[in-house]
Design a protein around this ligand. Structure first.
Ligand code: COA
Length: 143
């Protein structure tokens, strides 16, 4: 019932749709750009063939950066985000990644709780990082 699939460049519109329905991080142009970055993988979680969430991770040597992570609104709080995160961590382990990094807005308390559950520790802060003026909290998980 639950499966994972790597998305390719041709599916950038679909990624944009999910993004628009969730955190509105990137424009279509930025999504296209993201697919073309070195070391980037876009992985979707599917429930009965419907894509309900995606992550974007960029791996450079032994470090991975989560650039996007989201579950569609109506599927949240059902454990799918945890499935997706476990898949991400497993992929990183397979690639001998030593640490996973991410940035999250300090106003996004749900994501903060979510990442804390997976033992991401706060290692820094970037002032006024987001368009709305909020700070970015830098988090890291050592594997
Ligand atoms: C963060 C997000 C990915 C979590 O996905 P999810 O499928 O709802 O997560 P799960 O159901 O697997 O929940 C895992 C844990 O996260 C925490 N959590 C998730 N939703 C929560 C909520 N609404 N309130 C408090 N804690 C919450 C809980 O600790 C939960 O564990 P529990 O169910 O045992 O209490 C989802 O809320 C989301 O897509 N948010 C918008 C995008 C975003 O903020 N991404 C991160 C920044 S890029």
């Amino acid at each position: 019932m639950i499966s994972f699939k790597e998305l390719d460049y041709k599916e950038f519109e679909l990624c944009y749709e999910i993004d628009s329905d969730t955190i509105c991080l990137w424009t279509k142009k930025q999504w296209k750009f993201e697919f073309n970055k070195r070391g980037v993988k876009v992985i979707a979680i599917l429930v009965r063939k419907e894509i309900i969430g995606i992550y974007v991770v960029q791996t450079i040597i032994d470090e991975a950066q989560i650039n996007f992570f989201s579950i569609k609104q109506k599927y949240r709080r059902k454990g799918y985000g945890s499935y997706l995160m476990r898949n991400l961590i497993k992929q990183c382990e397979n690639l001998s990644v030593k640490r996973i990094l991410l940035e999250v807005s300090d106003t996004n308390s749900i994501a903060e709780v979510f990442y804390n559950k997976f033992k991401f520790l706060t290692v820094g802060r970037r002032k006024n990082y987001y368009k709305n003026g909020s700070d970015a909290v830098l988090k890291e998980k050592i594997l």
